[in-house]
Design a protein around this ligand. Sequence first.
Ligand code: C2O
Ligand code: CU
Ligand code: CU
Length: 490
Amino acid sequence: MDRRSFLKLAALAAAGAGVAGCAADTAHPPGAFANRLRVPPLLAPDVDASGARRFELTLRQGETELIPGKRVSTWGINGDHLGPTLRMHRGDRVAMAVTNRIGEPTTLHWHGMRLPARMDGGPHQTIRPDATWSPEWTVDQPAATGWYHPHPHEQTARHVYRGLAGMIQIVDPEPAASGLPSDYGVDDIPLIIQDKRLDSDGRLVEEFDGTFGLIGETILVNGTFDPFVEVPAGRTRLRVLNGSNARIYFLEFADGREFHVIATDGGLLPGPVAVRRVPLSPGERLEFVTSFAPGEQVILRSVGERTEAATDIEEGDFDLLKIIATGPPRDVSPLPARLSTAPLPEAPPGALVRRMTLTGSEINGKDMDMARIDEVVPAGAREIWEIHNTTYTHNFHIHEVAFRVLEINGAPPPAYLGGPKDTVYVPKRATVKLAVEFGRHADPAAPYMYHCHILRHEDKGMMGQFVIVAPGTEDRVSRLLPMPGHDHGG
Ligand code: C2O
Ligand code: CU
Ligand code: CU
């Protein structure tokens, strides 16, 4: 019997027996939750002579079974597909060594990190093939879930889609939040949700043109097809990252249960917020906590909006993950009422207002230009940014900052959006008002990006550049960047 018919038989046998936890190497129809969720390894840093924690990351080509039994080409970081989770502690000095072995130029951006622009890994920090890029910074921000992914000019969608992405977790034990589940991969589970379009051999189809670029029909979680995960009964924390090119998920449990959002992109909420359903657009993160009774099995799924305010991205309904609670309850203490005492981003009265008008794939009528500085911001500024979406669905991400959503279409946002953020869903024709706090790493010659995180839009130029400068020097800053040897064709 050849391997393929063996796999078919094995799948039939498992389906007939109704077994959920059979070998991960077996093909199943979706809905069987047949594959154990892959949990990205935690990458332990070395401590170098200066005391810096050194993380070595190699971007490379690989082969993975995206669909069990079908080995296909993918890209990964320190592995065949996706990358390890990086846990950093507030106050750590971190030193990255990022080696590019994918065979073409790329970059690696630390999405959600507060750091100097030259360390940010945006389109200006190109890593040539076989070169190593070594940014360093001091982690100085609250506990949060971030991520890393390439950001090469006009090529981000393809690089992320092939598998270059990983999670960052910043640990900053606030006494208030010390009761939260934090045992990595046990009761604190990373969930990187991505859609793929796979051909009949399980290969990644790469068709990125179209209004929203690629919208895949197969949803993988941590690169796992049709996954289940076992957690101890009691409280579990899920850290969800939408690492998709364009899809928006509307997360809920199939039994309609209430769960508690505890953190947005940039850190913990002041207190837990009970919800039954939350949207998550590309690049955004949410952490939530829910409790499971021993033996309970619940499906986490995404069910599209079906209202007038709905997105115009084809949505679909997807089962994402079956959660199986085992053993006696491990943690049944009540969720702390106060999670964080850190001040939230605020804009003082009279704060400068910057308006960003989103059209098809432009911001304020302009396409991204690597040589143009669009906005000059004094270090430490607190501003209002108003994002006006005149067209179809977008979202908006600002590098380096923490912002808070003040209003959506003139009304206060839902409470679960009340924490620090760096990426916000901007539904069609909506206006979103943000209080934005900028950092203090001034550098008039190195820009940060703001952009739509629908990667097709980003690649088509729906991106602008800002610099942070010493207060009082704004007028002296050149709006043109010297771009030696830069080729605008990418
Ligand atoms: Cu997640 Cu500019 O990026
Ligand atoms: Cu970013
Ligand atoms: Cu967009």
